[in-house]
Design a protein. Structure first.
Length: 252
């Protein structure tokens, strides 16, 4: 089997390799998260049917993936939770930044195969100053874009994570980024399951890989690439401002 891999030096090229499988992708969510955390799974027999949600302990993730009905629409949470509830207030950790990309609705994406759209999107990221995604998944209609993190960030970092999500989406909004699919409780389709609306298989169409697999990003490095100011610069500026304000209050 093949996936399309992008190289800025030689352009898109075909690489003979096995596609990512569900367990491989899910391991990115599972790794480094708290062992007593939970993840959420949604399933429906058709795209129009009522979705059923289940929450499972992270330690049961491999078993759950092994028993999926691959012919059903299936979505998995991109975060973990400290109780069996897919609510932001119950957030335990976040393993990636992500986008839902409706490329087929755009002028640049029309008539492109998912692989062609993924490679074109990588070039777009380079043009607008966004780091190259770790993984791009064809959802059966659009693309699921993921920047995998090298560690699960805690709930305390949620405001900064939200800002990073918004920054990415704003830069990529003209190219089909869905502004309504950015929250930390979001679910995305599982690899090798079926999108019953289109009848097509959910599959990986781009992997930005190194010797250890898909590239993982340090969260602070991503933020530094996205924000106008580094965190240490903001802290330094805030300290200078406080010292100046205190000096003005001083009677001497």
């Amino acid at each position: 089997m093949y996936y399309t891999e992008f190289s800025s030096a030689v352009g898109p090229r075909k690489v003979e390799t096995d596609l990512l499988f569900p367990k491989e992708e899910i391991s990115f969510l599972q790794q480094n998260c708290k062992k007593d955390a939970y993840f959420a799974l949604l399933s429906a027999r058709s795209d129009t049917a009522q979705k059923k949600q289940f929450c499972f302990p992270v330690e049961k993730m491999d078993w759950v993936i092994d028993h999926l009905d691959v012919k059903a629409d299936t979505w998995i949470s991109q975060s973990t939770f400290f109780v069996p509830s897919r609510r932001i207030v119950c957030l335990s950790g976040i393993s990636s930044l992500f986008l839902d990309l409706d490329y087929y609705k755009t002028d640049w994406g029309k008539n492109k195969t998912p692989e062609e759209a993924a490679n074109h999107f990588v070039r777009i990221c380079q043009e607008v100053g966004i780091p190259i995604p770790s993984l791009i998944v064809f959802s059966g209609r659009g693309l699921q874009i993921k920047w995998l993190l090298s560690y699960n960030i805690p709930r305390a970092a949620l405001p900064r994570w939200n800002l990073a999500q918004q920054k990415i989406c704003r830069r990529l909004a003209p190219y089909g980024a869905d502004a309504n699919a950015l929250d930390a409780a979001r679910v995305l389709r599982v690899l090798h399951t079926t999108n019953t609306r289109s009848g097509r298989l959910v599959r990986a169409v781009f992997v930005n890989s190194d010797i250890d697999g898909p590239v993982r990003y340090n969260f602070e490095d991503l933020c530094n690439a996205l924000f106008e100011f580094r965190r240490d610069e903001l802290i330094s500026s805030d300290t200078i401002l406080r010292n100046f304000q205190n000096a003005l209050k001083s009677p001497f």
